[in-house]
Write a protein that binds this ligand. Structure first.
Ligand SMILES: Cc1cc2nc3c(=O)[nH]c(=O)nc-3n(C[C@H](O)[C@H](O)[C@H](O)COP(=O)(O)OP(=O)(O)OC[C@H]3O[C@@H](n4cnc5c(N)ncnc54)[C@H](O)[C@@H]3O)c2cc1C
Length: 222
């Protein structure tokens, strides 16, 4: 059943990504990596459901989202830009295909990082980060969501790929089969994939060309 919750804080993480912290709905249960239907409790917007992924952990006393906004378009994410603490969200059904199955490579594009933020925070909490790796594709360095946090979690296992900018220590271009191959090792059983559909299609083809079976891929399109 949908529940109304109050926003505790709302701030910019990057030029177009908001971090929203809200009260935890009563009896909410979710797994790291899962998403939920969210609407804004404002006249005309209460039934405009959109999917967002929890970046909080199931045991936290609050819920958190990292949301990329599209201000050029009068949709829900543009409306979120005008909210402040005390405003309300409607929280609906929980769902989502991404869950952690075992060590592997996480491959994210843009806001597709959100399920992996929750999973990696959960692994850190349980001392299970192991040799998991993250390949994160963005246009520019300024677009990278939670770069500092992810760097702290993963160290050398955090690989950034920038398509529109060259930076020392950051790979340049789109994720290619070589980008993935370089970071694969024999123990990598799983490939976690999340991002916009064109990126998902391209990386899906790269994984197939590297001999990765469909069963080894855990994915969700944004
Ligand atoms: C399971 C799941 C989990 C998700 N989790 C997250 C998350 O944690 N964080 C996150 O940031 N996103 C997440 N998304 C994506 C998010 O749901 C969408 O970005 C969001 O619904 C956009 O809502 P909107 O109302 O602003 O745009 P909508 O009105 O729904 O339109 C969305 C699309 O319109 C396009 N568009 C942009 N400008 C225009 C324009 N001028 N005219 C027409 N179309 C335009 C955008 O490219 C966008 O793809 C998730 C998606 C799924 C499926």
């Amino acid at each position: 059943m949908a529940q109304i919750v109050k926003i505790k804080s709302i701030e910019h993480l990057t030029h177009d990504v908001l971090k929203i912290v809200a009260d935890r709905p009563v009896n909410l249960s979710y797994l790291p990596g899962q998403a939920v239907d969210v609407a804004i409790n404002k006249p005309g917007w209460e039934k405009e459901w959109r999917s967002f992924t929890f970046t909080s952990l199931p045991d936290d006393d609050h819920i958190e989202f990292n949301i990329k906004t599209y201000p050029s378009h009068n949709g829900v994410t543009n409306q979120l830009l005008s909210l402040s603490s005390g405003d309300e969200l409607v929280i609906g059904d929980v769902y989502g295909d991404i869950k952690y199955k075992g060590e592997g490579i996480f491959i994210a594009g843009g806001a597709g990082i959100t399920p992996f933020i929750a999973i990696l925070k959960h692994l850190e909490k349980n001392n299970q980060l192991g040799n998991n790796k993250l390949i994160f594709a963005n246009k520019t360095k300024g677009d990278i969501i939670q770069e500092e946090k992810l760097g702290k979690l993963l160290g050398k296992n955090f690989i950034n790929v920038l398509s529109d900018e060259q930076f020392p220590g950051y790979e340049h271009g789109f994720i290619s089969p070589d980008t993935i191959k370089k970071h694969m090792d024999g123990n990598m059983k799983y490939f976690y994939l999340c991002g916009p559909p064109p990126m998902m299609d391209a990386v899906g083809k790269h994984l197939a060309s590297l001999g990765v079976s469909e069963e080894a891929i855990v994915k969700e399109g944004f």
